[in-house]
Design a protein around this ligand. Structure first.
Ligand SMILES: CC(C)(COP(=O)(O)OP(=O)(O)OC[C@H]1O[C@@H](n2cnc3c(N)ncnc32)[C@H](O)[C@@H]1OP(=O)(O)O)[C@@H](O)C(=O)NCCC(=O)NCCS
Length: 173
């Protein structure tokens, strides 16, 4: 019989798998569909994913996707990596679920996966930057539901009236 911690680390749905280069187009579409990136930022995002697959993103950076089966494009993504300046501090850099698939537990599986991998890697603290715009209210609710706390706000960070909101969670075992 498995210990509870072992189960939490190892048991994930088969729809979760690491991103591969062939996913890049679908992940860019996903980023734009969820309005996290503008269409003219597609080139930037492609560069980020190319760097990841070429091993240029720094040790520990990972992108995990949710795809319904082996031939389907991803409908969910989570990107996380160690923070270069904190002690065992990690950043959740990107999480998104296709608009027509939101609210059905995929995001929950993605964030649970990231936390488990970070915990396995000895991570201590997980930080998430998000926006204060009202359209992110449901995203804030998602983080609160998963045990994150708002720890800081930087007024007008992204633009006037659009503050950076930082959520944090202790993830160590
Ligand atoms: C935030 C996001 C990743 C959550 O993924 P998800 O698969 O929709 O979330 P889950 O189904 O696992 O969890 C549902 C919970 O998340 C919250 N939630 C956030 N967005 C939601 C949505 N569009 N529909 C329903 N619930 C949503 C609710 O609190 C909900 O809890 P409840 O069912 O008790 O009301 C996803 O909604 C998304 O991609 N949003 C747009 C992009 C985004 O904001 N990314 C984060 C940028 S910082």
């Amino acid at each position: 019989m498995k210990a509870p911690d072992e189960k939490a680390v190892t048991e994930f749905p088969p729809m979760l798998r690491p991103a591969v280069p062939a996913d890049t187009g679908a992940l860019i579409d996903l980023a734009i569909a969820t309005e996290l990136f503008l269409p003219d930022e597609a080139g930037f995002l492609r560069g980020v994913l190319d760097d990841l697959h070429a091993g240029r993103s720094g040790a520990g950076h990972q992108v995990q996707v949710w795809a319904d089966d082996r031939t389907s494009p991803p409908v969910g993504v989570v990107y996380f990596g160690p923070n270069a300046t904190g002690d065992r501090t990690w950043d959740l850099l990107w999480i998104a679920v296709a608009p027509d698939r939101q609210g059905r537990g995929i995001g929950g599986e993605l964030i649970r996966f990231a936390e488990a991998r970070i915990r396995e890697a000895g991570g201590r603290l997980l930080l998430i930057d998000t926006s204060s715009l009202p359209r992110f209210d449901a995203t804030h609710a998602f983080y609160l539901k998963h045990g994150y706390a708002e720890v800081a706000r930087v007024p007008d960070f992204y633009s006037d009236g659009d503050s950076k909101v930082i959520f944090a969670k202790r993830v160590e075992a």
